[in-house]
Design a protein around this ligand. Structure first.
Ligand code: FRU
Length: 626
């Protein structure tokens, strides 16, 4: 759910020129097509060159985008000086949607776009006919209402544009800050910046102005924030320090500083603060009171390992160790680490958890999140082993759609609150949304438990704040038997059926229990609890539109960690996602789905015998349809 911040520099919202449909032709810009026949041959490509002069005053220039087009290179000149270079898929044949360029910082100044666009050899037609030129428009306000069929209602999304990894999350003065990899100029990956949202309850999110933009050292890739309580870096007590990767020709680590609680950041002029010989990214740091130093974990991507550094002041970093070569899943680059200490549930035992995101090579293909449990002495991470001395590969989620997740720093009450990017690099850019692309997972609380196999595992549960949006139950069923004839349970009608289903199941140790979500179009997602194999499986092969990628149709399966044939679940449905949590947190499965219309019914049945449902409750979600 996104609320748009009305105060401050950004006044997106409310009124009435729907960004989605704003495609009027007009005289808001003057377009000059340059060059002989408007096409130049350069580096094996035909390139057209146009100058677009913004002639109407206003807050936003709407740029017509067609996703199938190549990126056009757009130099933004302000009063005759280059201000920034951005890449935009300017429309050639049809306009899919409009993306805004914020003109407010340039108020009263002259704005000119110098645009270079590739033309394929076969389209030697006059590039002046391209669809975009007629449709540039200047508007004062953007309507960012949630109108897309698949845009979630109680998960965080950017109000427009592409999003991937969550970045730099910290909690301060009652507010959860969430930054994210954001393309403000299109719904595919490009122009990486840190977008910014914040929330007081982890459910209602406000959009803030972009927090960090490229400054000449490269795109702004993933990273972390920490609050400098002791002023170790010299920017003042409680300054918020961001560490991120500047991705240009090389990947180097940069710092930015906020002295207004994360609203705006100044990029540190002494960047880079950390360089490595080969590709390394996504710095994640925390203050370690045991050593009196900062610890920073950095993904040594192509070497499939994490590097661990220390520093007294966040500016001078010393390499302490490397972890991971040859361990865990290795069939992809290692990215987005997170290292923290937790107490094992029900004991006083302290352990460290190291999250290592990996892409591809995830458990079910593409992106996935593995983690290691072990000890950390301030310099070196030593993983736990099994009785034979082997390090076991452990997974944080058993669906395909939870990637690049990391945790908030300084969360209250010693909480280790985590959020992931609810997608997978295999198809993230192709999912059937338009004006925005990608949501985050529900925020989750991580803790540790020791299983009967002797190993310590991570558990994840929805953050308790999510309970606050439960509406009055529309179904509240107690104690019934189930067999092969499904019992049909209607889902809420309000808000496209977004809901939470809470279910206690008893297989009586012999039957499989099948939960099927379906609609009148024949779309269905089928979930099966198999007590003999101790698995819970989610099958989305017939869940709706799966056509956009061969990697999307999938069956994924989690170990249930139980041995008595009883399983209790919380299942969250939010328009294009299904998240299943074991009620005790021992497994989570995060799955995107794109049904033609919302699922209307849950069918509950048993195969290979008779089972019992102890209780089944369906809660609609009390969220505003924004
Ligand atoms: C992970 C990732 C990071 C990188 C970012 C770029 O999804 O590849 O390693 O910093 O995305 O957007």
């Amino acid at each position: 759910m996104n609320k748009v911040l009305k105060a401050g520099v950004l006044t997106l919202a409310m009124t009435l020129l729907p960004l989605q449909f704003q495609m009027m032709a007009g005289d808001d810009v003057v377009v000059k097509h340059l060059g002989k026949d408007n096409v130049i041959f350069r580096d094996g490509n035909y390139v057209s060159n146009c100058i677009v002069h913004v002639t109407k005053p206003g807050n936003f220039l709407l740029m017509p985008v067609q996703e199938k087009s190549d990126d056009a290179k757009v130099d933004v000149l302000v009063n005759g000086k280059l201000d920034r270079t951005i890449y935009v898929r300017l429309a050639k044949n049809n306009v899919d949607y409009m993306m805004p360029l914020d003109l407010r910082p340039y108020e009263g100044k002259d704005v000119v776009l110098n645009i270079e666009m590739n033309q394929s050899r076969s389209s030697m037609r006059d590039s002046a006919d391209d669809a975009c030129w007629q449709q540039f428009a200047v508007v004062d306000e953007l309507d960012t209402k949630n109108v897309e069929k698949y845009r979630p209602l109680f998960h965080h999304t950017p109000v427009y544009g592409w999003m991937n990894d969550p970045n730099g999350m910290f909690y301060k003065d009652g507010r959860w800050h969430l930054y994210y990899q954001w393309n403000p100029y299109g719904s595919k990956w490009q122009n990486m910046t840190w977008g910014h949202s914040s929330s007081t309850d982890l459910v209602n999110w406000e959009t803030h102005p972009v927090a960090i933009e490229p400054n000449g050292l490269g795109s702004v890739f993933s990273g972390s924030c920490a609050i400098d309580h002791n002023n170790t870096a010299g920017f003042g007590k409680d300054a918020v320090i961001a560490m991120y990767t500047s991705a240009g020709l090389n990947q180097i680590q940069s710092m930015a500083v906020s002295t207004d609680n994360g609203e705006t950041f100044e990029i540190y002029p002494g960047n880079p603060v950390l360089v490595t010989d080969t590709e390394a990214r996504d710095p994640n740091m925390f203050y370690n009171p045991e050593t009196g130093k900062w610890t920073l974990t950095l993904a040594h991507a192509l070497n499939h390992e994490m590097l661990i550094f220390s520093s007294p002041d966040m500016k001078n970093w010393t390499l302490e160790s490397a972890f991971g070569k040859g361990l865990g899943a290795q069939k992809g680059v290692w990215e987005c680490p997170d290292l923290f200490e937790l107490t094992v549930d029900g004991t006083g035992e302290k352990k460290w958890m190291l999250i290592c995101n990996l892409n591809p090579g995830g458990l079910f293909g593409g992106s996935g999140t593995q983690y290691f449990i072990g000890d950390f002495d301030g310099k070196t991470f030593t993983p736990d082993t099994d009785a034979d001395g082997n390090v076991i590969t452990k997974w944080l989620d058993f669906g395909k759609d939870n990637y690049a997740g990391v945790s908030w720093s300084d969360a209250p009450d010693n909480r280790r609150t985590y959020i992931g990017w609810m997608s997978n690099w295999q198809y993230a850019a192709e999912v059937p949304t338009k004006q925005f692309r990608s949501a985050n997972t529900l925020p989750r609380e991580i803790s540790l438990f020791r299983h009967t196999d002797g190993q310590i595992y991570a558990s994840t549960l929805p953050s308790p704040e999510i309970l606050s949006i439960r509406g009055k139950a529309t179904q509240d069923l107690k104690g019934f038997n189930i067999g092969s004839k499904p019992r049909m349970i209607p889902l809420p009608k309000a808000n496209d059926g977004v809901c939470e289903i809470v279910i206690d199941m008893d297989s009586r140790n012999n039957c499989d229990i099948v939960l099927e979500l379906f609609n009148s179009k024949g779309d269905r997602t089928t979930m099966t609890y198999d007590p003999a194999r101790h698995t819970f499986e989610v099958d989305r092969r017939h869940s709706g539109d799966t056509s956009f990628s061969v990697d999307f149709p999938a069956v994924t399966s989690a170990p249930t960690f139980e041995h008595d044939g009883k399983l209790s679940l919380r299942i969250f449905i939010d328009r294009s996602s299904i998240e299943v949590f074991d009620k005790t947190g021992k497994f989570a499965i995060t799955t995107l789905v794109f049904p033609e219309e919302p699922y209307s019914t849950l069918a509950v049945s048993a195969t290979k015998g008779t089972g019992r449902i102890g209780s089944l409750t369906v809660y609609p979600m009390n969220v505003e349809y924004k």
